[in-house]
Design a protein around this ligand. Sequence first.
Ligand SMILES: *Cc1c(COP(=O)(O)O)cnc(C)c1O
Length: 422
Amino acid sequence: MSNYKLGLKYAKQQDQNDELSLYKNQFHIPKDKYGNKLIYMTGNSLGLQPKSTQSYINQELKDWANLGVEGHTEAKNPWLPYHEFLTESMANVVGAKPIEVVVMNTLTANLHFMMVSFYKPTKTRYKILIESDAFPSDKYAVESQLRHHGFDDKESLILWKPREDEKLLRYQDLEDILENQGEDIALIMIGGVNYYTGQYFDLKRIAQLGHQYGCMVGFDCAHAAGNVQLNLHDSGADFAVWCTYKYLNSGPGSLAGCFVHERHAYNKNLNRFTGWWSHNKQTRFNMRDDFDVLPGAEGWQLSNPPILSMAAIKASLDMFNEVGIKKLTEKSKKLTGYFEFLLKQLGKDTIKIITPNSPEERGCQLSIQVINTNKNLHSKLTQAGVISDWREPDVIRCAPVPFYNSFQDIYYLVKKLKSILN
Ligand SMILES: *Cc1c(COP(=O)(O)O)cnc(C)c1O
């Protein structure tokens, strides 16, 4: 990984040798007001639109126009089972079995529904452990669950924190927390890839550790799904949730994914919130039956889902299926390694990469701390045609996405950054 070279010629060569380089052209790349393509580095926030998405959505609009309610069974892609068309591809993306995966609701909603089933506090075991820099929505969700069950949301929330003057989390510290308080903790809920630092956690290690102390373990994989090679089944986690509008390129606010480990698939006693879509498909429309829950993750669905959003997810997942997450992550490691190399070559001690050095402990995102700077830097980058993400007080997050970012994107990004910093 260390044979990267400086210079535009090298970047061009890498793009020529890249068998995925043609995919860039299958996405709409945002442009500035003069029509120049922007360097888009925020696939971790909102993934770009595949050019195919429009025709997938149009198909459903057409079937709705022509068929009305009959579309549920007569559409080219019948709406009743539409979510099933996504299951296998989604399971491949997150390393799960089809019975463990369903696309439904939105992310924070799924997190709550999972906590209904997997956060089962008792008088003595009721605390929830999260990472101290958890995504705010996750923290709010977890705190509200604590309050909902009548617990104090400060005393009952345990934070896995970085050590002083550090940003990344250490497993030793998690082990220490569990050794001291493991018996009090009902649920461990961690972001698979931390949104701020880009640290990709060892999910299996965390799940094993949690289970050893009798805790339930769930992951929010919003920054991991479509970004790193997840193996949710092997991780042994009880549940996981993720959105599809970041690395899964399925459109703003699109539906979310949910994973429930196979070991819970047939447990009808697991408490849950239900609706007609969690009911047996064969008898769902008899409308009179006693509730008969579906096995697997499907048994957590509530409503008939928005097909137009699902069509966008199908467009994206068909691309993921075609390429495979393995090839994508291989390119991703090269691209991000190259980015890291160029940043280090700047030789500036005001630039610090917070994200782990090891490609096994990160996805494509690099969180770059620029010391003695302010949001001005971000505005200047934007003016220079780079879309990046700013986190107060001094961190820029850039996420080169293997589907649509090139080595030349990285080359020009670092060049622009250099001239701004000088
Ligand atoms: C993006 C993101 C969210 C956003 O939640 P929504 O319910 O989709 O609005 C929540 N948690 C994490 C970790 C995220 O990365």
